[in-house]
Design a protein around this ligand. Sequence first.
Ligand code: GRF
Length: 191
Amino acid sequence: MAERAPGDQRRVAILISGRGSNMRALIEQSSGYQVVLVASNKPQAPGLDYARGAGIPTWTWDSKGVAREEFEAALDRALRDHRVGTIALAGYMRLLSSRFVEQWGGRIVNIHPSLLPKYPGLDTHARAIAARDTVAGCSVHIVTEKVDAGKVLGQIEVAIEAGDDASALEQRVLEAEHRLYPKALREFVRQ
Ligand code: GRF
């Protein structure tokens, strides 16, 4: 992998694997940063249609069966071609290698549906309900080699209400994610 070109950090690429509702919030509320590329490891990711409709360049390659190193080298080229300075993961479901993370030296952020450091990984809402927590929420954090463990840049708390199941809670947390992510990214690209 070549040395990263020093892209303007306000030039943001969003990486998605699916629905892309956070991607959409980042695009709709972009100010202070510019979304210059949406990339996906799933060519059928529903979020891609919105990005195309918004006139944003997209890059896709089905990562299934492709060696991680090969996939990431191609992704890295696309990012550099678009002079990307910051990568925002938004429901991107393929683990990034430590080499890639290192290469991007602290310029990758992610949104996670829990109040980190609580509940890294999957099924965050069900786990919060099972633990009888009264507060859930979401976090934007810097991506490091360890999953969901980098510095937290911002959080929003969401109350867990009596009778909430995981999907009701997920819906309310998702709305909070859509408010948090653009704001946290805007502040991050200024640093
Ligand atoms: C969100 O809950 C986000 O926190 C998590 O994956 C989900 C992606 O949803 N990382 P969407 O694709 O942004 O709608």
